[in-house]
Design a protein around this ligand. Structure first.
Ligand SMILES: C[S@@+](CC[C@H](N)C(=O)[O-])C[C@H]1O[C@@H](n2cnc3c(N)ncnc32)[C@H](O)[C@@H]1O
Length: 216
């Protein structure tokens, strides 16, 4: 990712996390992880919540009694997590593009909810390589990413700087996946679940893919 996109992304997400002034009572879980409860409950290691943002998934995992390591590039998001969820095992601020500050095979389950669609192809592959490195063999990543049909949230809008990657008005970049892209990027994993669906968290419906993969 070029420096400009990376700086814009940090600025954009810090502004969002400041403006939303999250407090714990206003954070809602959503039910997308329920389908994978068996996998989540089996994990004996802490669960990694990548790109945790306000902590919707952190809250879900804590409600299931899991230990959680929450991570984000945004220091504001991490401050909010530390304030709202003092019970998280760790809240760590790092940029996924700089590599992950974890040992090999540190996790059995990684959640990556709406945070892996902000990169060009080379960066996407590098981030997925880091995810693979820190997963145990047989470990799972459960994720959601933008669909190419997510027209309410930018699919097909703006300048296409790479296949399926668009520059937004705020100077950030967004990738929109089709099923073929997902199968290609995740070819080093076994796909156990893959479904395109609609999410209603935002004012306008969002189209995305819900995916669960296993490291073989
Ligand atoms: C759409 S929010 C998703 C938040 C949360 N996972 C959820 O679904 O509610 C995307 C989050 O990914 C984070 N993010 C984006 N690019 C990142 C990067 N390169 N490294 C770490 N975090 C990043 C953003 O700061 C933001 O908090």
């Amino acid at each position: 990712m070029i420096r400009e996109h990376r700086d814009s992304s940090l600025r954009y997400w810090n502004d969002i996390h400041k403006s939303q002034n999250y407090d714990r009572g206003s954070i809602r879980t959503d039910d997308w992880l329920e389908r994978f409860d068996d996998i989540i409950m089996r994990s004996e290691k802490p669960v990694l919540d990548l790109g945790c943002g306000g902590g919707n998934d952190t809250l879900y995992l804590l409600s299931k009694g899991k230990q959680v390591i929450a991570c984000d590039q945004s220091e504001t998001a991490i401050e909010n997590i530390r304030r709202n969820f003092p019970e998280v095992k760790e809240a760590i601020c790092f940029n996924m593009l700089d590599g992950f500050p974890f040992d090999d095979e540190a996790f059995e389950v990684i959640i990556a909810d709406l945070c892996l669609h902000y990169f060009g192809s080379e960066d996407t592959k590098a981030v997925l390589g880091e995810i693979r490195r820190v997963l145990v063999p047989g470990g799972h990543m459960i994720l959601r990413v933008n669909s190419v049909n997510d027209v309410n949230h930018g699919a097909g809008h703006g300048k296409e700087i790479e296949y399926h990657v668009y520059e937004t008005e705020s100077g950030t970049i967004k990738r929109f996946f089709d099923e073929e892209d997902i199968r290609l990027f995740l070819s080093d994993f076994e796909i156990e679940y893959l479904k395109e669906e609609t999410m209603s968290r935002y004012k306008f419906e969002k189209r995305l893919f819900r995916v669960c993969v296993k490291k073989w």
